[in-house]
Ligand binder design. Structure first.
Ligand code: BES
Ligand code: ZN
Ligand code: ZN
Length: 524
C-alpha cells in the first residue's frame, strides 16, 4: 500500500472512493455539483435497507466505489471509518485496482488518522511459515486533502511509525514458541534498541535474576531448557538534547505548547512475556494450548510501544520491562506447594503452576519501582476469567488512580481500543492468604480480580498503577475487525497515545477531547 497526499484530485486515479453513512455521503466537499446530485440520487434511491457496501458506480464520468462507514454493530464512528477503509483496501487489492483516490478534504484529522490505520491494517499478512510467499498487489491511495495537505502528511508519518510498532508486536506474537524463545525475544529487543535512537537496554539472565532476587521469573522459568530473562528498556524524551525534537512532537500531536514544559512523570510499562505457557505441572488441556504462543503479548506490546514512543520523540520519560520465561515441564519445574521469596520480600506459595503470569509480573513491578516509576501500566494475557467476562472485543483493566484510569479509557477510545474498568475488590483480598506463606498465587473464584489483587501486593508505594488483562483481546481465532486470525496488536496504539497525552504540555487541550468525563468515570 502506498499513499499519496494531494491537494486536489489528479484525475488519474482508476477509482474514486466515497464513504457513506445510511443515506448521506461523508467528506464530499470536493465533489462537483453534478456529482453531488448524482450521488444523492443514488443514495436516496435506496428503498430497503442500506446501500450495498463496496458497490462500483459511474458518477459524473468517474468510476466510484461506495464504502459503507456504518456497517458493523457496536463500533465508534472512528472505528467504522477504520473498518470501511480496511474493506476498501482489501477490495481494491483483490480487484487489482492500481490507484484509488479518497476524498478527504473536509475530514477531521482524527478521521483521516483512522482511515489511514484501516488501510495499513489491510496490508498485514503473516506468511513467514508458508512454503510459497505471494506478493500482494500494491494499491496506491491518493488522499485528496484540500487545505490540510501539510497536516495530513505529518499525521501520515505518525501513523506509519505507530503501525510499524503494531506490525512488530503482531509478528512477535504470531511467531511460534520454538522460534521465539526468551533468548530470541532478547535478540529482537537488542536489535530494536540498537537501531532506535534514544533507547538504551539492560538485559538480565537467569544467573543475574537469581543473584538480585527476581525469584518470580526464576521460579517460573527454571523448568524450561530456555532460561528466563528480564529486559529493561529506557527512553528519556525530557533530556535537554532531545528538547527540540520533543517540541516538534508536541506540536505534531496538536497540543498547544504555549506553556511548554517537559513532563516529570516516569511511565513504566511492564509486559508479561511467557513465550509459551504449557501450564507447567498443572498442565493445560490440549485444546487451549496452541494459543499460548500469544502469552508473551504483553511483552511484545510494551516493546513495540517504546520503539514508537522513542521514534516519535515524545517529551516524556518511558521505560519498559519485559518479563520473559517459558512455562514448561522439566525436572527442575516448580512444584505445586513450593514457596519462594519475591523481590519485595513477600513469600508466595505456588498453588497452581498455570497462574505463572502474576509471578513473573511481581518482578516486573519491583523493577519498575527500582527505576523510579511514577506511573506503571502492566499488560498481560493473564486470566481465562477475563476472556469469559469480556470476550475478545474489550480489555478489562484495574487501576488505583482515577486520573490514570480516565486516561486509559479516553486514550483507548481515541485508538478504537475498548477498555472496561474492573474493581480491585477488597472483599476478595483475604482469599490470597496462604497458611504457610504470605500469599498464594490463586484466590477467589473471580479469577481476573484475584490476579489483579495479587499484583497489587507488588505495586511500589505511592505509584499510580493500571493493570490491563488482554487475555481476550490479544489473539483471535476468528476474524475480528481488521484481524483475520492471530495477533491483533491490541494495546500498542493506546500505550503510545497515553505517553502522548501524559507528555502533553497543556493539560486542558486533552481534557477537552475527553470522551468520558471525570464525573462519569470513577475507579471502583
Ligand atoms: N496464560 C493464561 C491465561 C490465558 C487464558 C491467556 C486464555 C489467553 C487465553 C494464564 O497463565 C493462565 O493460565 N491463567 C489461569 C490461572 C488459574 C490457574 C488461577 C487461568 O486463568 O485459567
Ligand atoms: Zn498459565
Ligand atoms: Zn500464562
Amino acid at each position: 500500500m502506498k499513499t499519496n497526499i494531494v491537494n486536489t484530485a489528479s484525475g488519474k486515479a482508476n477509482v474514486s472512493a466515497l464513504f457513506f453513512v445510511k443515506k448521506s455521503v461523508q467528506f464530499s466537499n470536493v465533489l462537483s455539483e453534478n456529482a453531488v446530485t448524482q450521488v444523492e440520487s443514488v443514495l436516496n434511491g435506496m428503498k430497503d435497507g442500506p446501500f450495498e457496501d463496496l458497490e462500483l458506480l459511474e458518477i459524473d464520468g468517474v468510476s466510484t466505489i461506495f464504502v459503507d462507514a456504518a456497517k458493523e454493530r457496536g463500533l465508534s464512528a472512528l472505528d467504522h471509518l477504520r473498518m470501511a477503509a480496511y474493506r476498501l483496501a482489501k477490495r481494491a487489492c483483490k480487484r487489482q485496482i492500481p490507484t484509488v483516490s479518497i476524498m478527504l478534504a473536509d475530514a477531521a484529522p482524527e478521521q483521516f488518522k483512522s482511515i489511514l490505520h484501516g488501510l495499513h491494517y489491510a496490508d498485514y499478512k503473516f506468511d513467514a511459515y508458508k512454503s510459497k510467499q505471494k506478493d500482494a498487489f500494491q494499491v496506491t491511495f491518493e488522499i485528496v486533502a484540500g487545505e490540510q495537505v501539510a497536516e495530513f502528511k505529518k499525521i501520515a508519518e505518525e501513523v506509519a511509525v505507530e503501525h510499524k510498532a503494531v506490525v512488530l508486536a503482531k509478528n512477535l506474537i504470531n511467531t511460534c514458541a520454538s522460534d521465539l524463545t526468551p533468548a530470541e525475544f532478547v535478540d529482537n529487543a537488542n536489535t530494536i534498541a540498537k537501531y532506535t535512537p534514544g533507547l538504551s537496554i539492560k538485559v538480565r539472565n537467569m544467573k543475574q535474576l537469581e543473584k538480585e532476587g527476581f525469584m518470580g521469573l526464576v521460579t517460573v522459568g527454571k523448568g524450561s531448557s530456555h532460561e528466563p530473562y528480564m529486559i529493561t528498556l529506557n527512553y528519556d524524551g525530557t533530556k535537554p538534547a532531545r528538547k527540540g525534537a520533543a517540541k516538534v512532537a508536541a506540536k505534531s500531536a496538536k497540543i498547544a505548547d504555549k506553556n511548554a514544559r517537559t513532563s516529570a512523570d516516569h511511565l513504566v510499562l511492564v509486559g508479561k512475556g511467557l513465550t509459551f505457557d504449557t501450564g507447567g505441572l498443572c498442565l493445560k488441556p490440549p485444546k487451549s494450548m496452541p494459543e499460548m504462543i500469544s502469552d508473551m503479548s504483553g511483552a511484545a506490546t510494551v516493546l513495540a510501544a517504546i520503539q514508537a514512543i522513542a521514534t516519535l520523540e515524545l517529551p516524556i520519560k518511558v521505560s519498559t520491562v519485559c518479563c520473559l520465561a517459558e512455562n514448561a515441564i522439566g525436572f527442575k519445574s516448580v512444584l505445586p506447594g513450593d514457596i519462594f521469596k519475591a523481590k519485595n520480600g513477600k513469600t508466595v506459595m505456588v498453588d497452581n503452576t498455570d497462574a505463572e503470569g502474576r509471578l513473573v509480573l511481581s518482578d516486573g513491578l519491583a523493577e519498575a519501582g527500582e527505576i523510579g516509576a511514577t506511573h506503571i501500566i502492566d499488560i498481560a494475557t493473564l486470566t481465562g476469567a477475563m476472556v469469559r467476562a469480556l470476550g475478545y472485543a474489550v480489555a478489562g483493566f484495574f487501576c488505583n488512580d482515577d486520573d490514570l484510569g480516565l486516561k486509559v479509557i479516553n486514550g483507548g477510545e481515541a485508538c478504537c481500543e475498548k477498555f472496561w474498568s474492573m474493581p480491585l475488590e477488597e472483599e476478595y483480598a483475604d482469599a490470597l492468604k496462604d497458611k504457610f506463606a504470605d500469599l498464594k498465587n490463586t484466590g477467589s473464584d473471580a479469577g481476573a480480580i484475584a490476579a489483579a489483587l495479587f499484583l497489587q501486593e507488588f505495586v511500589p508505594e505511592n505509584t499510580a498503577w493500571a493493570h490491563w488483562d488482554i487475555a481476550g483481546t490479544a489473539f483471535v481465532n476468528k476474524t475480528w475487525k481488521y484481524t483475520e486470525y492471530g495477533a491483533t496488536g491490541f494495546g500498542v496504539q493506546t500505550l503510545i497515545e497515553l505517553a502522548r497525552r501524559m507528555s502533553k504540555a497543556d493539560e486542558e487541550s486533552i481534557e477537552n477531547d475527553a470522551v468520558v468525563s471525570e464525573d462519569e468515570y470513577k475507579v471502583c
